[in-house]
Design a protein around this ligand. Structure first.
Ligand SMILES: [Zn+2]
Length: 354
């Protein structure tokens, strides 16, 4: 198959008029040509940090502090997750997966609570188990927790935070299994950052309270950071120093808990762009190729050999028509209503009539 329009090519998202040719789930080539299409073709998003299990509790817990909301074991989220049965959780996650596809996300890195059973619930949602609209195409990278044996089913380990437990043994087991280890750090304050970095994680999440010493350590080790600025605003912990982090290491964007924020990468990009005032290209990298790099995936970029995960926007929508800078318009302005197609693994996912 091929897609026609203005293609945002490579890591710099250089607009090129022409075609993207796809075969066997891969981008084969980009042909420069004059085409009759207002479509804008870019990589599908990689949402680098989610907790979609709390899709059962959207907008719960107004006015609660971060710890009251999400701290294990008895934060509101964990109580609600314990109280919900398997079918309810699977159905709620399946709705979220469909929404993420519809808003252009091809891949997500999920921190899943609840050990092996928690990971299996997400796999059931992806497989459409007991869900009226069936299997989803969106691809998951699942980080389990709460049980060292979770590594038998998860793609990696996602630790809640260095102050919650001693993670040395599970860190070693994760390395042994050849899987990635990620951990929340510096969300509420800076106290858990050094301990998290001492675990030599493959990536850190949040780093709202990164201090100069932490920034130096990040730069030395090249440890990537996933930032979730909307979530941090909602939980009232401040906002991450995106510019400072971006100067020193790979930064990716995540939407964090579905309980507090809709998992739309359009919304996260717009917020991160306007908060940091970084160039739009930097923000679009954070929403695509940087998250893919953290997960060790060859996607999030339109170039030959990359996985064919593509997002097609209608450049002639009422919202986008007349844009003088396409990348800036995509990052700071575009939304779900501008989506005309989503392709994951070379297969069209949106529209698909469900
Ligand atoms: Zn998180």
């Amino acid at each position: 198959m091929h897609l026609e329009g203005t293609v945002l090519v490579g890591r710099d998202f250089e607009p090129v008029e022409g075609r993207v040719v796809v075969a066997d789930g891969e981008i084969v080539r980009i042909e420069e040509a004059s085409v009759e299409s207002d479509a804008v073709i870019l990589p599908a998003f990689v949402n680098a940090h989610t907790h979609i299990g709390d899709s059962i509790a959207k907008e719960a817990g107004e006015g609660l502090s971060l710890d009251e909301l999400v701290a294990p074991p008895d934060g509101l989220k964990h109580r609600l997750l314990r109280d919900a049965d398997h079918e309810e959780k699977v159905a709620a996650m399946a709705r979220t997966l469909r929404y993420m596809e519809a808003t252009g996300t091809g891949t997500f890195l999920e921190f899943r609570e609840g050990g092996i059973e928690g990971v299996n619930a997400l796999r059931d949602a992806l497989a459409g188990e007991g869900v009226p609209f069936g299997e989803r195409a969106i691809e998951s990278v699942v980080f389990g927790r709460d049980d060292p044996d979770v590594l038998s089913v998860a793609d990696g380990y996602g630790a809640s935070g260095a102050r919650d437990a001693d993670f040395d043994a599970v860190r070693a087991a994760t390395r042994e299994a050849g899987k990635p280890f990620g951990i929340h750090a510096g969300e509420r304050d800076a106290d858990d950052v050094n301990a998290a970095m001492d675990l030599d994680p493959d990536f850190l999440v949040h780093m709202v309270h990164a201090e100069p010493i932490h920034l130096e350590r990040l730069a030395d080790r090249g440890t990537p950071v996933v930032v979730c600025p909307r979530s941090n605003l909602v939980t009232n912990v401040g906002v991450p120093p995106i510019r400072e982090l971006n100067k020193r290491t790979t930064v990716a964007l995540g939407t964090d808990n579905v309980m507090t924020d809709s998992p739309s990468m359009f919304r996260e990009m717009e917020f991160a762009a306007k908060l940091s005032d970084l160039p739009a290209r930097e923000i679009l990298r954070m929403a695509t190729v940087n998250g893919a790099a953290i997960a060790g995936l060859n996607r999030g970029v339109v170039e030959p050999g990359a996985d064919a995960d593509l997002l097609v926007l209608d450049g002639d929508s009422d919202n986008l028509a007349g844009a003088r800078d396409l990348v800036r318009a995509v990052v700071r302005r575009a939304g779900q209503a501008d989506v005309s197609r989503v392709v994951i693994g070379g297969e069209p996912v949106v529209p698909r009539g469900d």
